[in-house]
Design a protein around this ligand. Structure first.
Ligand code: HEM
Length: 387
């Protein structure tokens, strides 16, 4: 905080900060952890975005393995975002005296730097706040969450890189125990306060992580007290995000006796539920991994999508489009690349955990595929189209 001591006629009410915890060494110690959490959040967020909304040329390049890929990546995204909240609060508390640096603007370069810090703080606050509300599916804003959250993530990444570049000399000087600045501070005997702050911060990060991460890391599910979803709570011991009632398919379900799966391709055909059940059934262990962060492995059985594609005369490398009975909703129509469509684990599932699918899990038939966001595991399938 050396800059704050620059003598230059400050206003009479300017506060003075003498606490050691507002120094650059603490800013770097907390900044390192915050930077790591934001980097994990950014990379996994980009992975999630492109798995859900791949550009046309990349659709067939998306891999259907590892089976658990999306589960781990999205679990990390939400866990690192939640851990970043206490880290951001503490980081801002450590550096807030710099808001009172006098004079507030010293040069054009300094003014630009302050604007970039304002963008960084705004973007970090927005991303963590909007992401957290998204995990509880609460959208109290007039804009669409996905494109805005995605765009601001790039603003945050750019702001953070700029911030690191500007603060590089100080960051380097206070990076490790043997760094020049740290050694100087240690000689002044300042380490104890910082250690206590960092221990408290570790306890806070540990507590929010432990009480939420069980929503996706099921060995810790018994500690899942604060996450909006518990992996065991839901019909057939599996959570649901969108119920049949919310999707408006209840009346359609009531007339299920007349339901027939339509498969459109070079050799189109239709199958009733009994005919589907009479086809070779395959069993797979695959997770449902929700974009909001919860995930759980489940046991599915049903007909391989690639068998249905073959019967419809699909050429090698064909893509698939699945259309749901849902009348509305962003994910009523879903497309999958050839890697997914031809994977032997990708099923039109009819059963879940040994029982017929419940209405909320997509009765009479749903898609289940490896390494895929839950929103693309289309429920209440009405039609499959060879593309
Ligand atoms: C989202 C992440 C971050 C946010 C929101 C943030 C925020 C801030 C803010 C508002 C300041 C005061 C700016 C000023 O007026 O000069 C600051 C200072 C600083 N930050 Fe960060 N920061 C972040 C990440 C990092 C990282 C990753 C590092 C390095 C590991 C870092 C190192 C520093 C340093 C060395 C200072 C100067 C402290 C001083 O002069 O006493 N920050 N940060």
């Amino acid at each position: 905080m050396e800059d704050m001591k620059v003598p230059s006629v400050p206003p009479p009410l300017r506060p003075s900060f003498s606490g050691r915890l507002h120094d650059a060494r603490t800013a770097v110690s907390v900044g390192r952890l915050l930077g790591a959490a934001i980097a994990i959040c950014f990379v996994t967020g980009v992975v999630s975005h492109y798995l859900q909304h791949p550009p046309g040329w990349a659709v067939d390049a998306l891999p259907s393995r590892p089976v658990w890929g999306y589960r781990v990546s999205q679990g990390l995204h939400v866990a690192s975002g939640i851990a970043a909240i206490p880290l951001l609060f503490v980081k801002l508390w450590v550096v807030y005296p710099r808001l009172f640096v006098w004079p507030p603007v010293r040069s054009i370069r300094h003014a630009l730097e302050r604007v970039s810090v304002a963008v960084l703080v705004g973007a970090a606050g927005f991303e963590l706040f909007s992401g957290l509300l998204n995990t509880v599916q609460w959208y109290p804003w007039p804009f669409s969450f996905v494109p805005v959250h995605f765009a601001v993530a790039w603003l945050l990444a750019g702001g953070l890189l700029l911030h690191l570049a500007v603060k590089w000399p100080k960051t380097r000087s206070y990076w490790g125990r043997r760094s020049e600045g740290t050694v100087k501070l240690a000689a002044e005997g300042d380490a104890a306060d910082r250690r206590s702050l960092l221990r408290g911060l570790a306890a806070a990060v540990g507590a929010v992580t432990l009480t939420t991460v069980g929503q996706s890391f099921t060995p810790l599910k018994r500690f899942d007290l604060l996450a909006p979803r518990h992996p065991d709570h839901g019909p057939q011991s599996l959570p649901v995000n969108r119920t049949a009632a919310a999707a408006g398919v209840t009346s359609a379900l009531r007339s299920m006796a007349g339901w027939r799966l339509e498969v459109v391709g070079p050799r189109p055909f239709q199958l009733g539920l009994d005919e589907l059940r009479a086809l070779p059934q395959h069993e797979v262990e695959l997770p449902i991994a929700c974009v909001e962060g919860w995930s759980k492995n489940a046991h599915w059985s049903g007909v391989r999508i690639r068998d249905l594609l073959e019967r419809a005369g699909a050429p090698a490398g064909a893509r698939l489009r699945a259309v749901s009975l849902e009348q509305h909703g962003a994910y009523r129509v879903m497309e999958m690349g050839s890697d997914y469509a031809h994977d032997p684990l990708t099923l039109l599932a009819l059963r879940l955990n040994g029982q017929v699918l419940s209405a909320d899990h997509g009765f009479p038939a749903r898609i289940i595929a490896p390494n895929r966001p839950g929103v693309l595991q289309t429920k209440w399938v009405a039609r499959l189209e060879v593309l």
